[in-house]
Design a protein around this ligand. Structure first.
Ligand SMILES: Cc1cc2nc3c(=O)[nH]c(=O)nc-3n(C[C@H](O)[C@H](O)[C@H](O)COP(=O)(O)OP(=O)(O)OC[C@H]3O[C@@H](n4cnc5c(N)ncnc54)[C@H](O)[C@@H]3O)c2cc1C
Length: 470
């Protein structure tokens, strides 16, 4: 085996089987694991370095006793809980994720597609979405609504790709002015916000939203993995192990070593490790904590450090009893004229976490909820608490007197939900950087979907970019 830099075509060499190129992936979240899988499948030797002691990154599940310690590592803070965390920590048999987690696009999303490709053993609970309005509607769109909206929806969803490119410059606000009548208006007010986790409709691109929807036509809109979010990363790890990839936990990459515009490797534990490609999945705005900004063009540094993420307030409520009619369903709400950015706040309340899905003790139920906000609003204690109240107000509509059966609740704020918000004024970077052999992956880059899907799909773009540069 040969392991060094050379000036011949990587792809030819790899497919001839006479050389193993070595890649280093920084970060063991969904983006890093997915990238490792795809590179391994293309014949690369891959090492993953994860600075924490657990794999999964932000797609992490934990016991209640670990929760407070873990969230501090991921740009989150606890707002309040009932009873206090000291008491909640003692409650056994519960498993929660870092925060509200459902996967958009159901089984058509990039993450599930990748899991299928590696024959992962994960079962998902899927559902449609209900709406908490004057009354509770499940699903939001009844057959009659769909028939009334069908011609317009089909026209938008089946638009030619070139037209979608044009539509990328049009905001959803503008779309509502043009097409927003009756239920169609509600759909345009809700779904683009849910798809992007941004409330401000003037910042959401119509093309981006319809492109995302078109890709996912026909699946369950939201799904949750049985056994909790961590089973997805767990299955990816099994595959990587079986294929000879190496995962190093508690290993922080201290520096990406760049010389003459080429990434040569990384420094870990003060040792230099040489690689043919380096893929970073850390929050892109933090890239220059481990890479010398002098090596990059000034304009690119300015652009990357100016990129904004998304935020939200997330809540967990645990119950001793629950109306069985709600089990496994998801509901969305829109709280109007709140004074938050975008004026209306959209959120979701979900009933897929319970003893049946393996994340709560026998006979117990967890309800997970979130309300969208900006990272700045998530950091502001008063605003964050106001959003937690909005969540509880909507929960009460679904579960009147919910406190009677409530065992505990936790409210937290996150100001790094999605690495880079998918908005008109905040264009996501491509996976290739100005430095040869250095790539970006994860939910910060311009791949399809948001959150977990964006992170998983970025792996496809990294492989394409690596092979393009070959
Ligand atoms: C509270 C919350 C709720 C969310 N809800 C949803 C949802 O409902 N649906 C959805 O699709 N998405 C949701 N997301 C987003 C989703 O979790 C992320 O998009 C996805 O997990 C990102 O994966 P990633 O690999 O890009 O990044 P990460 O998971 O952040 O992985 C990056 C990894 O890099 C590691 N790292 C950082 N620096 C270094 C270093 N120097 N050396 C080595 N390792 C390093 C980190 O520890 C981390 O493990 C939510 C996120 C949060 C926090």
């Amino acid at each position: 085996m040969v392991y060094r830099f050379r000036s011949f075509n990587w792809n030819e060499a790899i497919s001839a089987g006479d050389v193993k190129m070595r890649a280093c992936v920084i970060g063991g979240g969904i983006g890093g694991l997915a990238t490792a899988i795809r590179l391994i499948n293309r014949g690369w030797n891959v090492d993953i370095y994860e600075k924490e002691g657990k794999i999964g990154g932000r797609a992490l599940s934990c016991k209640l006793e670990e929760y407070e310690k873990l969230i501090r590592k991921f740009e989150m803070k606890l707002l309040f809980s009932e009873p206090d965390m000291e008491e909640i920590r003692q409650m056994e048999g519960y498993k929660i994720d870092l925060g509200f987690h459902l996967i958009g696009g159901g089984k058509r999303g990039a993450c599930v597609r990748l899991l299928r490709e590696i024959n992962a053993n994960v079962n998902f609970i899927g559902s449609r979405l209900g709406f908490i309005g004057e009354s509770i509607d499940y699903p939001i769109l009844k057959a009659g609504d769909k028939i009334a909206m069908l011609p317009r929806i089909l026209q938008l969803l089946l638009t030619r790709k070139s037209k979608i490119e044009e539509m990328k410059k049009i905001s959803i606000d503008e779309m509502i002015r043009r097409y927003g009548r009756g239920k169609m208006k509600l759909v345009l007010e809700l779904f683009p916000r849910l798809i992007t986790t941004v409330n401000d409709l003037s910042k959401i691109s119509a093309g981006e939203t319809f492109f995302a929807q078109r890709e996912l036509l026909g699946g369950d809109p939201v799904i949750y993995p049985e056994g909790g979010l961590e089973v997805m990363a767990g299955e990816m790890v099994k595959y990587i192990d079986a294929k000879g990839g190496k995962i190093f936990l508690n290993k922080e990459v201290e520096r990406i070593v760049i010389e003459d515009g080429i990434a040569k490797g990384v420094e870990v534990d003060e040792n230099f490790k040489e690689y043919d490609a380096v893929v970073s999945t850390i929050p892109v705005q933090h890239l220059f904590h481990i890479a010398d900004k002098k090596e990059f063009p000034n304009e690119w540094v300015k652009y990357i450090t100016s990129l904004k993420g998304t935020g939200s307030i997330i809540s967990y409520h645990a119950f001793r009893e629950l109306d069985k009619e709600l089990l496994n369903k998801s509901f969305v709400f829109i709280e109007r004229n709140t004074g938050f950015e975008g004026n209306d706040v959209v959120g979701m309340i979900d009933f897929k976490m319970h003893h049946g899905s393996g994340v709560a003790p026998k006979g117990k139920f967890i309800v997970q909820s979130y309300a969208i906000c900006t990272p700045e609003e998530a950091r502001d204690k008063d605003k964050a608490e106001k959003l937690a109240e909005i969540i509880e107000k909507n929960l009460e509509k679904l579960l009147p007197n919910y406190r009677k059966n409530m065992e505990w609740c936790i409210h937290a704020a996150i100001w790094h939900l999605d690495g880079v918000a998918k908005t008109i004024d905040n264009e996501k970077p491509s996976v290739a950087t100005p430095i040869k052999n250095l790539y970006l992956a994860g939910d910060c880059v311009e791949s399809k979907g948001v959150g977990i899907n964006c992170a998983a799909d970025s792996s496809r773009l990294v492989v394409e970019a690596v092979e393009d540069r070959g």
